[in-house]
Design a protein around this ligand. Structure first.
Ligand SMILES: Nc1nc2c(c(=O)[nH]1)N[C@H]1C(S)=C(S)[C@@H](COP(=O)(O)O)O[C@H]1N2
Ligand SMILES: [Mo]
Length: 246
């Protein structure tokens, strides 16, 4: 028996897949769809799928719904590397600092050891890539929620609105709704499967957000921006769903 949450998750996943570029190309009703009246530049029926996904994402992540967690023996030992946008070789992890833009000046510059003073969390969750593979990873880091309470308490208090993360070179960037960013399983991580992160996996610090597809799990965070405007997002700019929720 599927629970209501699982049904919602499945619907949300289907809605997301409908929107993938490949999904659109293969969509049987495509020619019918194209003949429908346009609504904000998209055929009406497609527009309503997008609307549904957005409504689901908003309601679905506003509570503490937890993604499954696993035992150590379930961890995949051969972790794959996927995606290297924004991971150019012109980078020195030893001099890295995290920039935080919370609307106040001056902008904060935070070291890894300061971040590591926040409560340490270990979590074994799935990383789900939109390409269709999943792996179980053992992550160590701090809660994004705790980080936010420490470095932008006003953001937490007002419950507002969006977060943007950029690689140091700004080549890769993701936008997150506040509910997903502040979800208890959303972490800033510095270890993967019991070892310090490698550069290819996002050292010195990466985002782990199990309620979202892999695309949102940004590696090598350079800057975190708390904002009231919905941020741009690398893959959403290419036509993928902005929420990219599971
Ligand atoms: N900076 C950066 N982060 C990124 C990507 C990327 O191309 N650049 N790819 C994303 C995608 S699509 C996935 S599936 C995961 C893969 O994480 P991994 O390489 O640690 O397995 O990283 C995400 N984070
Ligand atoms: Mo991915």
């Amino acid at each position: 028996m599927k629970t209501e949450d699982e049904k919602l998750a499945a619907r949300s996943r289907r809605a997301f897949l409908t929107m993938g570029v490949a999904g659109l190309a293969g969509f049987a009703g495509w020619s019918w769809l194209r003949s429908r009246p346009l609504d904000q530049g998209l055929p009406g029926p497609l527009r309503s799928v997008l609307g549904l996904n957005e409504r689901l994402a908003r309601g679905y992540f506003s509570d503490d719904h937890r993604m499954p967690e696993f035992a150590l023996r379930a961890v995949n030992s051969d972790t794959r590397v996927n995606g290297d946008i924004g991971l150019g070789s012109d980078f020195d992890p030893a001099t890295w600092k995290l920039e935080v833009q919370n609307g106040k000046t001056p902008q904060l510059q935070i070291s890894l050891s300061e971040i590591q003073q926040l409560p340490r969390i270990e979590q074994i969750t799935e990383l789900n890539c939109i390409e269709g593979w999943t792996e179980v990873v053992h992550w160590t880091g701090v809660r994004f929620r705790d980080f936010t309470a420490r470095y932008d308490p006003a953001f937490s208090a007002t419950g507002a609105q969006y977060v943007r993360l950029d690689t140091p070179d700004e080549e890769y960037f993701v936008g997150l709704d506040a509910a997903s960013a502040l979800h208890p399983q959303t972490l800033l991580c510095f270890e993967m499967n019991g070892k310090p992160l490698t550069l290819a996996h996002g050292a010195p610090l990466r985002l782990v957000i199990p309620v979202k597809y892999g695309v949102k799990n940004l590696k090598r965070i350079g800057r975190i921006t708390y904002t009231t405007d919905r941020p741009d997002d690398y893959w959403a700019n290419q036509g993928y769903d902005w929420y990219a929720g599971l």
